[in-house]
Design a protein. Structure first.
Length: 87
């Protein structure tokens, strides 16, 4: 399911998008991509595939881990990434 499909199936709530390079749910490495209200997810991130969804206890926010293949989206791997530049 893509982020866009997830948005269509769920109500609007505060969410954090974390990127993962693989679909391995046991791989702990994920990095912060974006945070805000679900219906405000930038258009450029809506086509990413949702790997898992859950709740971050310490941050008190819902989280979607999305697949971000390095070869397809190299710009999402740099520290200066900004959703306004697009994918």
């Amino acid at each position: 399911m893509t982020v866009k499909e997830y948005m269509q199936r769920n109500d609007n709530f505060h969410v954090r998008l974390d990127g993962k390079e693989t679909t391995d749910t046991c791989d702990p490495f994920a990095w912060h991509l974006w945070e805000g209200m679900l219906q405000d997810v930038p258009e450029c991130l809506r086509k990413l595939e949702v790997v898992t969804d859950g709740w971050m206890m310490q941050a008190q926010v819902a989280v979607l881990e999305v697949l971000v293949p390095r070869k397809k989206y190299p710009q999402l791997y740099c520290r200066s990434y900004s959703p306004s530049r697009g994918v």
